[in-house]
Design a protein around this ligand. Sequence first.
Ligand code: CAA
Length: 248
Amino acid sequence: MTQTASVAWVTGGTGGIGSAICRELAKEGYLVVAGYHNPDKAKAWLEGQRADGYENIVLSGTNLIDYEDCEAGVREIREKYGPVSVLVNCAGITRDTTLKKMSPEQWREVIDTNLNSVFNTCRCVIEDMLGEGYGRIVNISSINGRKGQFGQANYAAAKAGMHGLTMSLALETATKGITVNTLSPGYIATDMIMKIPEKIRESIRETIPVKRYGTPEEVARAVAFLAHRDSGYITGANLDINGGQFMG
Ligand code: CAA
C-alpha cells in the first residue's frame, strides 16, 4: 500500500537516532516535523538535511515538558501541515550517576524529559488520531528500561514507564485504527554513548553478542516498519534492537 504524504512528528528529531528517523520517514514520503531543543543546532541541522536533498523535513521547537507549549506546538503543526498521523517519541537525555549521588533535580529532569513529555505529546495528538481513525505512535525506549543499568535509576525508570504507557494507550486505541508500540534500542553509536567513560563503554561493548554498537539507521528502519500503514496488527508491543545484548 502506498503511504499518503501525511505528517510525522519526531521529537528529538535533530539528535543522533532522531536524525536517522527523520531521514528514513522523509524517504518514505512523510512530511517530517523534527522536534528540537537547541535552535542554533537545529538551524544548522536543517541546512544539512537540505544539502543532502531532504526537502520534506521542517522544524518545531516545542518545549515537550510544558503541556501548554506542547498543545500550542501541535496546533501549529496541524494548521501549517495537517494533523499528526505518526508520532515518534525520541527526545531523551541522560543524567547518569549512582542513586546515592543522584540529586532530586537529576531525577526530575530525566523523568520530565524522557517520560512526562511522552504523556504530553501523546495526549496532544491523540484526539486528532481518533478523529482521523488512524495513527501510529512509536516510543523510543531503551534496553536499560528492560534490564536496568548501573548509574541509570532515573533513565531506566523513565524508559520502563514509557512501555507501561505504550501498552495502556494501545489497549485504549486498539479498535480505532491506531497502533502504539515501544522500540528499545541497545547501545547505538551516537554522542549519548560517547559520553560514557571509554573504559566503561568498552566493557559494555564486550557484552554485546554482535560485538559492535548499533547504528541510528538500523533503529530508523525499525521505526519505519512500525509506523507503516501495513503494520496495523502490531500494537502494544516492544521491539528490542540491541545486537542480542538483552533477550527478555
Ligand atoms: N558495574 C559495576 N560497578 C561499576 C559500574 C558498573 N557498570 N560502573 C562503575 N562501577 C563502580 C565504580 O568502579 C566504582 O567502584 P569503586 O567505588 O570501587 O571505585 C563504583 O561503582 C561507583 O562508581 P562512581 O562513584 O564512579 O559512580 P558514579 O555515581 O560517578 O557513576 C557512572 C558512575 C557515571 C554511572 C558510570 O558507571 C557510567 O557512566 N556508567 C555507564 C552508564 C550507562 O550505561 N549509561 C548509558 C548511557 S547511553 C543511553 O542511555 C542510551 C541507551 O538507551 C542505551
